[in-house]
Design a protein around this ligand. Sequence first.
Ligand code: PMP
Length: 385
Amino acid sequence: MDLFRGNIQSKLPQTGTSIFAVMTGLAKEHNAVNLSQGFPDFPISEELIDRVTYYMKSGYNQYAPMTGVAELRNAISQMFKLNHGADYHPDKEINITAGGTQALYAAIAAFIRKDDEVIIFEPAYDSYAPAVQLNGGIVKYAQLEFPGFRINWDELPRMFNHRTKMVIINTPHNPTGSVLDEEDMLRLERMLKGRDIVVLSDEVYEHLIFEDIQHQSVCRFPNLARKSLLVGSFGKTFHATGWKTGFVLAPDNLMREFRKAHQFIVFASNTPVQYAISDYITNPANYEYLGQFYQKKRDLFIEKIKSSRFNILPCYGTYFQLLDYSGISDENEMDFAVKLVKEHGIAAVPVSPFYHNKSDHKVLRFCFAKQQATIEKAGEILCRI
Ligand code: PMP
């Protein structure tokens, strides 16, 4: 065998198997209730499946345009007008992507060069930092304040220097369920005034927001929108994480650069799914119910565990609930999570892997995008611990 014998110098030396794969693997091995990875265990809309089938059978099976099919870009433009009063030109300012992760990667690849600095708030979704590092950038970590997971706005200006090129925000926030409010966005807008810093706004959970809270998209703040790339994911919105279809909205000067990277990373994404979603989102009723739908699941989960020894942290959006177990054990998060799977048959995700230095607050993340029976079973188990 002619093996590669050179010295492999990893571009991501710290990166191992993702915590989601580790916990899901363990959950399978121990036949545990799996609330670790963020994916729904209930069926998606029949109508949406029918639309995809229709387009596949009608011959829409070849490459989509690099920018995405026009019907979907038009429908997204109208959706953002309706929901936020925002104006994004369907041809110049909207691009369809192969999910949120690819959109984030292409945005980072388009704008970040060697030694550019990118500010990321921790705990952070795990794809941001490696994408920056693969492109030669340097990650600067700001800390969300425990236990509310709010941004410390006084800290941020101290992190800016001439190398700062990007700030990544995420609302509603994975893994904590916190959301940015209007004042947060106004502060960010004021802070970036006069600075050439791009905002990468991860809004994949835009519709999964509770208690009638208004999702504060960057697109609602004109001076912020002018320097922002907004990332969305239909996988999240329509319980179809396997479809990997998302989008980016950005003013045309930023979009032109985004497309230069995007076209060589993926070029185009799934054609029949794009057509199907363009029909489906034309009816706002198909997404407006989502906040209440997931709020009911959150409330059921909370109801089922309120007599447990876990402390329930506030959750305003996403489908993740953080539980503090410091009243039960002083083990670290990883050990406690493994113990839950092996000894109690329930899988959650420790939050420490969402920090570069593995900060440990003794909290685990539970995904409640599950059928009632799964949530009830999880509740029973958690109350016995
Ligand atoms: N951002 C966040 C915060 C996420 O939680 C996820 C999915 N886990 C993504 C982006 C990626 O979305 P997609 O599955 O569409 O790639």
